[in-house]
Design a protein around this ligand. Structure first.
Ligand code: GDP
Ligand code: IMO
Ligand code: MG
Length: 423
C-alpha cells in the first residue's frame, strides 16, 4: 500500500491537526515525520478543543495507530504534559502510540541554548518557539545527539552528562542573560523520561515497511509549513527540519516511490508567526480583521499571528516543491464580510515583474502585485455542501485551482471536525 502525506504549504498553522483528524477514519496509521513541540496542532469536536504538540493528530480515533517517526525531536517534559492532558480519554497509549527508537531527544540544555542563541541575535532573532528545536537538530546532524533508543542502554546517563556539560560551556560562550535552575530542570526531565519509557519504542522504519506489505493505510502528518523548511523556506527565518514532502521519506524511512497522494493545506489568506519576510503582510484594518475573526494566536506560544492576503507566488512554489496532488483550503469563513479580496499573483522584484518565488523576498526587494476579486458576505460556518457556498467564494476557489493547477478537494468553514466540506 502507498503512503499519503499531509503538509502545510505556508508558514505553519494552516489547520493540519484538524484535517488529519478528519481524514484518520480512512487510515490505519498516522505518522508524524519531523519537527517537535514547536508544533501546535488543534482539533475540535464535541465542543472540546485539543492542542497536540508531539502526539500525532489521529490519537482520538480508536482504531488508528499513531507513530512518532525518527525525524521528530521529542521533549520528554512536554510529551509527559501532553499525555497528562489526555488522561481522561482512556487512550491505550502503550498500544496506540508508538515511538521510533531513532527519534532524537530534546534535553533541558537544548532549550537553554535556544534561548541563549536567540538572545544573542538581538533584532535579528528568528522568533523561535524556544522549544530547543534548532540546537537538537544541530546535535543530530553534528552526530552528538541522544536518541530514544539510547534510553534502553545502560550508559545513556553518562552520555547525557557529557552532552549537557558541552551545552553549558556553549551557553557561557553566548554570554547571554538567561536565568535557569538546571537542577530543577533535570529533576523534571528525568521524571518525564521515565514516563516516556512506559511507551512502546520500535524500529519504526521496519514497522512501516511491514505495515505497507500487509496492506495498511498510512498518512504522514507534517508539522510547520513549506515556507519554514530548512532548505526551501525563508532562510534563516525557518525551522531546522525538512517540512516539505521529502522530509516524510527521511523522517519515516518511506521510499519516494511509495508516496501516493500529497495533500497540501493552506489558509484562504496568509499568516506568519515569528520574524522573517512576508510580502503580503497587512498593517491595516483588513489584517486586524483577519487576526480577530480568525483568532490568529499561536497554539504553542500564544503569540499573535501576522496576517495578510493570500500569496499565490509563494503557494505555487510550495505546490511545486512538494508535488501536491490535492489541495485543502482552510478558514474561508474568516474572509466573509470583505467587499473585495486581494490575491497576490506576481511580485515586483527589483523593479521587474516576476511570477516565481525568488531567493530573497525581503520587503526592500519585493512588492506584491494583486488581482482583486469580489468578496462574499454569507456566514459559511453552518454550510455542509459545496452547493450552499456563495458564488463569489466558488469564483475564488476556481481562480485558485486554475492558477495552482491542482484541485481543491476540501474547503474548511470552521474549526470543528464537522465544519468540513468535501468536493
Ligand atoms: P496546525 O498547526 O496546522 O494544526 O494549525 P493550528 O491548530 O496551529 O491553527 C489552526 C487554527 O485554526 C486552530 O485554532 C483551528 O481550530 C482553527 N481552524 C482550523 N480550520 C479552521 C476553519 O476552517 N475556520 C476557522 N475559523 N478556524 C479554523
Ligand atoms: P505548526 O506545526 C507556525 C516558527 C517559529 C519561528 C520559526 C522557528 O503548528 O504549524 P523554531 O521553534 O522551530 O526554532 O521556530 O518557525 N514555527 C512555527 N510557526 N507553526 C508552527 O508549527 C511552527 N513551528 C515553528 O514561530 O518563526
Ligand atoms: Mg499550529
Amino acid at each position: 500500500m502507498a503512503v499519503d502525506l499531509l503538509l502545510g504549504l505556508q508558514w505553519g498553522d494552516e489547520g493540519k491537526g484538524k484535517i488529519v483528524d478528519v481524514l484518520t477514519k480512512d487510515y490505519d496509521i498516522i505518522a508524524r515525520f519531523q519537527g517537535g513541540p514547536n508544533a501546535g496542532h488543534t482539533l475540535e469536536f464535541d465542543g472540546i478543543k485539543h492542542v497536540l504538540h508531539t502526539i500525532p493528530s489521529g490519537i482520538f480515533h480508536e482504531d488508528a495507530i499513531n507513530l512518532v517517526g525518527n525525524g521528530v525531536v521529542i521533549d520528554p517534559v512536554i510529551f509527559k504534559r501532553e499525555l497528562n492532558n489526555l488522561e481522561q480519554y482512556n487512550i491505550d497509549f502503550k498500544e496506540k502510540l508508538l515511538i521510533s527508537r531513532k527519534a532524537h531527544l530534546i534535553l533541558p540544555t537544548h532549550r537553554l541554548l535556544d534561548a541563549a542563541s536567540e538572545a544573542s541575535k538581538g533584532k535579528a532573532k528568528i522568533g523561535s518557539t524556544l522549544k530547543g528545536i534548532g540546537p537538537t537538530y544541530m546535535d543530530k546532524t553534528g552526530r552528538n545527539g541522544i536518541r530514544v533508543g539510547d534510553l534502553e542502554l545502560d550508559d545513556w546517563k553518562e552520555r547525557y552528562n557529557s552532552l549537557r556539560d558541552k551545552h553549558l560551556a556553549m551557553i557561557d560562550f553566548y554570554n547571554a542573560e538567561i536565568e535557569y535552575d538546571l537542577t530543577e530542570l533535570e529533576v523534571e526531565f528525568f521524571k518525564s523520561v521515565e514516563t516516556l519509557k512506559t511507551l512502546t519504542f520500535i524500529d519504526s522504519e521496519e514497522y512501516l515497511h511491514q505495515a505497507q506489505r500487509t496492506g495498511k493505510t498510512i498518512l504522514a502528518e507534517g508539522a510547520q509549513g513549506s515556507l519554514l523548511d530548512i532548505d526551501f523556506g525563508t532562510y534563516p527565518y525557518v525551522t531546522s527540519s525538512t517540512t516539505t514532502a521529502a522530509g516524510a521519506c527521511t523522517g519515516l524511512g518511506v521510499a519516494p516511490t511509495k508516496i501516493k497522494e500529497v495533500f497540501g493545506i493552506f489558509k484562504a489568506y496568509t499568516t506568519r508567526v515569528g520574524s522573517g519576510p512576508f510580502p503580503t503582510e497587512l498593517f491595516d484594518e483588513a489584517g486586524e480583521i483577519m487576526g480577530r475573526v480568525g483568532n490568529e494566536f499561536g497554539a504553542t506560544t500564544g503569540r499573535p499571528h501576522r496576517c495578510g492576503w493570500l500569496d499565490l507566488v509563494a503557494l505555487k512554489y510550495a505546490v511545486h516543491v512538494n508535488g501536491v496532488t490535492q489541495l485543502m483550503m482552510m478558514k474561508g469563513d474568516v474572509l466573509s464580510g470583505f467587499d473585495t479580496l486581494k490575491v497576490c499573483t506576481a511580485y515586483k522584484y527589483k523593479g521587474e515583474r516576476i511570477e516565481h518565488f525568488p531567493y530573497n523576498i525581503e520587503a526592500e526587494n519585493v512588492e506584491p502585485v494583486y488581482t482583486e476579486m469580489k468578496g462574499w458576505k454569507a456566514d459559511l460556518t453552518k454550510m455542509t455542501k459545496e452547493s450552499e457556498l456563495p458564488q463569489e467564494m466558488l469564483d475564488y476557489i476556481h481562480f485558485l485551482e486554475k492558477e495552482l493547477e491542482v484541485p481543491i478537494k476540501i474547503v474548511s468553514v470552521g474549526p470543528d471536525r464537522k465544519q468540513t466540506i468535501l468536493r
